[in-house]
Design a binder for this molecule. Structure first.
Ligand code: A3P
Length: 290
């Protein structure tokens, strides 16, 4: 398939095929019982999707396997070139309660999501790990352009010239939005460190109570090692013309703090200096040192 076409919407490069389609996406009708999973790409979207799916299906693994991940939780905004229908069109046909994904920055979310007061779970991941994961993802998928060197990709990431735009604006935008809406703001690093505690937070947010045994089953089923072997979760069910896992597996390392080891001392310094500038004035902080 050809790479996704990128359209600038409000200064943000988005994988959307045309202005007409964007117009339809922004008029997307959310339902009050929709659960929205929002992330910047490579922040643990698929992982959280599995956790939420397991919660919604009460641990019924077979139900969770219904279809490959791309179809069972449609993105609000994606207009992938290889799919027969746009994701938002699939979403219209889905029974409630729907689990919808989005990588949109908070200011571009279809207004009906706010109007319907949908619950939103946002997962943020620290910048360097996100960047390195995004770089490898660009290498293995034909949907995104060739990232060239890590150095070149790093410059693009810092200036927000990548699909979904600036990581800095994304995490800060959603951080600010959480004070006005029903948003549970989680961190990838926290879920990694204490998946049980974070899943309990999710259950409280969703006003759900589940037996301890089921909670343990969810944690086990959504661990990196189990998900890596699960073709429904690891995207190996997709044709290699879309994702070429031998180049770099979708489930690559899943390790917090791994990103900075890809940078030289000078690159780390330049990145950190720029980071401080871009994040100044926000109360948002990440546990993992940058
Ligand atoms: P790495 O490339 O650093 O390994 P997304 O789903 O948003 O595209 O994010 C993909 C990243 O989440 C990849 O990071 C992937 O390995 C990681 N990931 C997926 N499932 C995970 C899990 N169960 N535990 C930890 N990390 C996971």
């Amino acid at each position: 398939p050809p790479p996704m076409s990128i359209l600038e919407v409000g200064g943000v490069p988005l994988p959307i095929s045309s202005n007409e389609i964007w117009d339809k996406i922004s008029k997307f009708e959310a339902r009050p019982d929709d659960l929205i999973l929002a992330t910047y790409p490579k922040s643990g979207t698929t992982w959280m999707q599995e956790i939420l799916d397991m919660i919604q299906n009460e641990g019924d693994v077979e139900k969770c396997k219904r279809a490959i991940s791309l179809d069972r939780h449609p993105f609000i905004e994606l207009t992938f070139p290889f799919k027969k229908k746009y994701d938002f069109e699939m979403a219209l046909e889905m029974p409630s309660p729907r689990l919808l994904k989005t990588h949109l920055p908070s200011h571009l979310i279809p207004p009906s999501v706010w109007r319907q007061n949908c619950k939103i779970i946002y997962v943020a991941r620290n910048a360097k790990d996100c960047l390195v994961s995004y770089y490898h993802y660009h290498r293995m998928t034909t949907l995104l352009p060739d990232p060239k060197s890590l150095e070149e990709f790093c410059q693009k990431f810092m200036s927000g010239e990548v699909a979904y735009g600036s990581w800095y604006d994304h995490v800060k935008g959603w951080w600010a939005a959480k004070d006005k809406h029903q948003i549970l703001y989680l961190f990838y690093e926290d879920v990694k460190k204490d998946p049980k505690r974070e899943t309990e937070k999710i259950l409280k947010f969703l006003e759900k109570d589940i037996p301890e045994e089921l909670l343990n089953k969810i944690i086990c089923y959504t661990s990196f090692d189990v998900m890596k072997q699960n073709p429904v979760a690891n995207y190996t069910a997709l044709p290699t013309s879309i994702m070429d896992h031998p180049i770099s597996p979708f489930m690559r390392k899943g390790m917090p703090g791994d990103g900075k080891s890809f940078f030289t001392v000078a690159q780390n310094e330049e990145f950190d200096k720029d980071y401080q500038k871009k994040m100044a004035g926000s109360t948002l902080t990440f546990h993992t040192e940058i």
